[in-house]
Design a protein around this ligand. Structure first.
Ligand SMILES: *Cc1c(COP(=O)(O)O)cnc(C)c1O
Length: 414
């Protein structure tokens, strides 16, 4: 009989979003008249900017004519898109990233999992806690961990707790680690990393020969000029970091699918015997062997995100979501909640009131306010006692949700 990858059996059964879905479904079945506002899953809600739609339409029409039809494109992405990314996201800010260091893909989630193909099995891996679950689960699947303990923490992973107590600033690991996942602006906490904080990590990585996997999916939500958008703003980062970005959250591509990973040519990894190899070469080989490129119309759509019109429309989208974030942050703070994030990120992270657990607060919000959020404990043990609300919603829903929470607080059932 065919053998399975038994690492999959180590994965936690009640995965966060299915469990939320189950509870919401049960609630709606019992209360069919309830108008439930979903502020849980981190998906965008607004339609694509018209500049992007126009570019994709044109590209689809090109496919209809034998003169302009295109088949397979370069696996790494078309030059027009790689150059637009290098220029607009990096070079214009004085950050050195060349077009051939950019690998266009169908999503950062996929890149985050796929990148493990090029790393060995015996690396020490560090993640924040709470954490975007993809980093952990893909390492479990790849066999890089032992089983999970009662808190859901996997043996062999190094967890760096980020809570209000340490001001959401992870401490450097006390034992040397080889691979470090960082995500800023952060999902789920909505906090950002300062230049000083990232410099500390780059220094750590230089000293320990580690590699930082930097997830910058929310870079576009940073409006404070003092807050870095890219790890490559930090001197020395080209020797220690890979950066992943996506068009999902800024340009609304969650259903269109386009992202990219930046692998600097200086970045090296080592064999067991200490021989150095360029990560860029390995990733290029992996990408070309297992991936056949993002569809042409989608890459033209992504390119249009960098046109003058596209940039203006994306800024409007971001302002729209960040206004929701501001309303949530200010509204909840005024109601007496302890609120974090939501200033350069589309998530607010609130301390659950009166010692309630994350799941108790989830049930309370669902039953009393008909609002779905995300329990912090679903992102890791250190997320217990916290709760995530997303700014990806309509203004009407955001305002209605705040009013319902206010009414519930006023009624004293907070
Ligand atoms: C949404 C999100 C992404 C983007 O994933 P895609 O596969 O590109 O849609 C990546 N990282 C984090 C932390 C996210 O929240």
């Amino acid at each position: 009989m065919a053998r399975i990858n038994e690492n999959f059996l180590k994965l936690q059964a009640g995965y966060l979003f299915p469990e939320i879905g189950r509870r919401v479904k049960a609630f709606c079945a019992a209360n069919p008249e309830a108008d439930v506002i979903k502020m849980g899953i981190g998906d965008v809600t607004q339609p694509l900017p018209s500049a992007i739609i126009k570019a994709m339409h044109t590209a689809v029409d090109e496919m209809a004519s034998s003169e302009t039809f295109r088949g397979y494109g370069p696996e790494q992405g078309y030059g027009f898109l790689r150059e637009a990314i290098a220029k607009n996201d990096y070079q214009q800010f004085g950050i050195q990233v060349d077009a051939d260091e950019i690998f266009v893909s169908d999503g950062s989630k996929c890149d985050g999992g796929n990148i493990l193909d090029i790393f060995g099995d015996d690396n020490r891996i560090a993640v924040l806690d709470p954490v975007y679950p993809v980093y952990v689960d893909t390492n479990v699947m790849a066999g890089h961990t032992g089983p999970a303990d009662d808190n859901g923490r996997y043996e062999k992973l190094v967890y760096m707790a980020v809570t209000a107590e340490n001001n959401f600033e992870p401490e450097l690991p006390s034992e040397p680690v080889d691979i470090i996942y960082l995500c800023y602006p952060n999902n789920p906490t909505g906090v950002v990393a300062t230049h000083a904080m990232l410099s500390k990590w780059v220094e750590y990585a230089e000293k320990n020969n580690s590699i930082i996997l930097y997830d910058a999916a929310y870079a576009a939500f940073v409006s404070d000029p003092e807050i870095p958008r890219s790890i490559f703003e930090i001197p020395g980062a080209r020797k220690v970091a890979i950066e992943m970005r996506s068009f999902s959250k800024n340009a609304g591509f969650t259903g269109i699918r386009c992202a990219f990973t930046v692998v600097p040519k200086e970045l090296m990894g080592s064999t067991k015997s200490g021989e150095q190899h360029a990560i860029h070469t390995l990733w290029n080989r992996r990408h070309c062997t297992k991936f056949n490129g993002v569809s042409y119309p989608v890459q033209r759509g992504a390119e249009a995100a960098y046109s003058e019109e596209g940039k203006a429309q994306i800024n409007e989208l971001i302002d729209f979501y960040m206004n929701n974030a501001k309303l949530l942050r200010e509204g909840l703070t005024a109601m007496g909640f302890e609120v974090f994030g939501g200033e350069n990120a589309p998530y607010v992270w609130i301390k659950t009131p009166a010692e309630t657990t994350s799941w108790e607060f989830f049930d309370h919000l669902l039953e009393k306010c008909h609002i779905v959020g995300t329990p912090g404990s679903g992102f890791g043990a250190a997320g217990e006692g916290y709760f995530r609300l997303s700014a990806f919603n309509s203004l009407e829903n955001t305002e209605a949700a705040l009013k319902r929470i206010q009414d519930s607080v006023s009624a004293g059932i907070q």
